[in-house]
Design a protein around this ligand. Structure first.
Ligand SMILES: NC(=O)c1ccc[n+]([C@@H]2O[C@H](COP(=O)([O-])OP(=O)(O)OC[C@H]3O[C@@H](n4cnc5c(N)ncnc54)[C@H](O)[C@@H]3O)[C@@H](O)[C@H]2O)c1
Ligand SMILES: [Zn+2]
Length: 344
């Protein structure tokens, strides 16, 4: 894609070297977390000229204002001026947070995203959403701001724990359901372990770029990217209060199954497609969160950010590749979808 600023390469060091030679940055700061410092930084270190490092603890619980203060403080202590570059080497947590810090430091300095998880490569790498959590509210404070470029390399995925890989895979599957039968058949022909990540990350990036270019601020079309996310978020939130916290993608897999059921109930998605979806997703993810209380899940779905004047709005599929957004569903329908999921 000619106007894309996402670059996919097997040799991130070579790419970085060339990129930095073309630009004249006054300084270079690499932001890592404790895991990407060990697993990812060694893969690019030799390609970088003299640089600063900011190392942060890993995990969503650090995606907050206190960590931002730390980042802004370090940039200030090192006298980073407005012509410096920040390289964010990490998953979606770091990308959202350090990107936000760069986008606001001295009213914004350049940053380069180098996503190192499948979730961050296939989803968070596109669309310019940056931000942090605030108290209990996820992604509550933030901005839309694009990085100078995004450098994606499947090389980083080699050290990713399989649970994290699977979690990111839910977004890849979602993108295939949004795209159409060809992508869907192709992705479901293989197991998680057999997938070619370079292919699927490229597919996800192209699909998400195409959508966000048409609707950058989520007025309409971009909402289709929330497929699986109304029920998925409700399940994710309910799991936070249970003994078994679900990863984001696990909850989204549940959401995809329940929302596929709703699509079939509307008389849209054929029953055979629903079967295919639940078959592939249960084979890949199992049935996480099945024992969560339906009441808790439904209460969360009612609170969803995407709802409007008390109506519960979801993205449903008229068919594979034919999503429709802002479809209203009743509490009864939601309840039935949860019962369906529990019966799998
Ligand atoms: N901006 C967007 O459009 C967007 C889209 C989706 C999700 N998100 C955000 O992304 C975040 C979740 O991202 P995530 O799943 O990448 O979580 P994460 O950044 O916490 O990474 C998951 C774990 O993997 C570790 N890790 C990262 N890369 C590794 C590697 N190559 N090898 C070994 N370990 C590695 C991390 O240190 C962390 O422990 C959420 O905060 C979510 O809100 C943003
Ligand atoms: Zn998601």
């Amino acid at each position: 894609m000619s106007d894309s600023n996402v670059f996919i390469t097997d040799t991130p060091g070579v790419w970085l070297n060339q990129f930095l030679q073309q630009k004249r940055y006054s300084s270079l700061t690499v932001v890592v977390d404790d895991h990407t410092a060990t697993h990812c930084y060694p893969l690019i270190r030799a390609a970088l000229p003299l640089h600063h490092i900011i190392q942060l603890p890993a995990g969503e619980e650090f995606k907050n204002l206190a960590t931002c203060t730390l980042i802004w403080q370090k940039l200030t202590d090192r006298h980073i001026d407005r012509h410096g570059l920040v390289i964010v080497l990490g998953g979606g947590v770091l990308g959202d947070m350090a990107g936000f810090c760069a986008a606001t430091y001295k009213r914004g300095i350049d940053f380069l995203l180098v996503p190192t998880t499948l979730l961050a490569q296939a989803d968070a790498s596109v669309g310019g959403k940056l931000g942090i959590d605030f108290n209990h509210f996820k992604n509550h404070i933030g901005v839309f701001h694009l990085p100078v470029a995004t450098l994606v390399s499947p090389l980083f995925l080699k050290t990713l724990p399989v649970s994290e890989l699977r979690s990111g895979f839910a977004e890849v599957v979602k993108h295939c359901l949004l795209d159409g039968p060809e992508a869907w058949q192709s992705v479901t022909a293989q197991t998680l372990a057999e997938q070619n990540w370079a292919t699927w990350v490229a597919h996800s990036v192209a699909l998400k770029e195409n959508i966000t270019r048409q609707d950058p601020t989520e007025k309409g079309l971009r909402k289709v990217l929330n497929l699986g996310h109304t029920i998925g978020h409700a399940v994710e939130t309910a799991s936070l209060e249970s003994e078994h916290r679900l990863l984001h993608g696990e909850a989204i897999a549940v959401g995809l199954m329940a929302e596929a059921f709703l699509s079939t109930q509307k008389g849209w998605l054929p029953e055979s497609s629903l079967q295919e979806i639940t078959h592939y997703l249960t084979a890949t993810f199992g049935t996480p969160g099945q024992t969560l209380s339906g009441r808790a899940v439904l209460a969360n779905a009612r609170q969803d950010k995407k709802n409007k004047s008390n109506r519960i709005l979801v993205v449903l599929l008229r068919d594979i590749g034919k999503p429709e957004w802002d479809v209203e569903v009743s509490e009864k329908e939601l309840e039935a979808s949860w019962q369906y999921y529990q019966s799998l």
